[in-house]
Design a protein around this ligand. Sequence first.
Ligand code: SF4
Ligand code: SF4
Length: 272
Amino acid sequence: MAKAILFDAFKCTGCRGCQVACKQWNDLPAEVTHNTGSYQNPPRVSEDTWLVMEFREVENGDGGLTWAFGRHACMHCLHPACVSACPVGALYKTDEGPVLYRDDRCIGCRYCMLACPFEIPTFQWGAGLFEGAEIKKCTFCIDRLSDGREPACVHTCPSGALMFGERDELIAVAEARIAEHPERYVNHVYGKDEAGGTSLLYISHVPFEQLGLPKLGSAPVQEKAKDIMHIATPVTLGAMLVGLSGIYWVVKRRQEMMGKNGGSGRQGDREA
Ligand code: SF4
Ligand code: SF4
């Protein structure tokens, strides 16, 4: 059975315990950020921050303001566009729910970053392309799940805003909460159908756009991934051809110079 996480934005207090627990469990370093005029920090997910709590103040309908805390991390989609876009199978979907990554297959093309409708995969910009730079994102704490434990973010949440369990059961919990408090919640479970369904489910007291979630239909977003493959593959191949042509020209030119200078080809030899 597929596992999932239910996030209840009404219950969230914005303490960021989940964000810290994610860093702690995955041994991710702190990063230098800057003030963007919000309590949200850092501004978005990165190679060192796989879960960001988003802070927004929104109108509450009574002329005042209320907090809307959004959760930005991998949604572990049921039909992941990142997996469809990856030309080498570096990203893959497991039966249990998590969408995982094999660094030994990744060629660094970053199609997954273009394909993801939630803007999640992050490239290790600090590392050079030939220094083993990887794509980074939430792993659904697969190392905890395989040990029979819940994800670190869920485990640490003090307000009960996060729940872990079977996806079908969490959808039932979410719909029951909405039915019990229709005056409180938007009448929709985000992620039940969006983009073909996701393993992160949301219920909220404010419209989901105010939590930073994109408006998506129920069709999987894999069409976008196919478009990227159709457009980007020729571009990538073109860039590779230009690069290889350049290398070929340099090698050929060097051989010509070596021939002219009796085999050495070094600038100093020619001038001597
Ligand atoms: S949210 Fe993005 S990175 Fe995560 S599984 Fe879906 S498409 Fe892939
Ligand atoms: S960068 Fe993304 S699309 Fe490219 S190989 Fe790596 S995981 Fe796959």
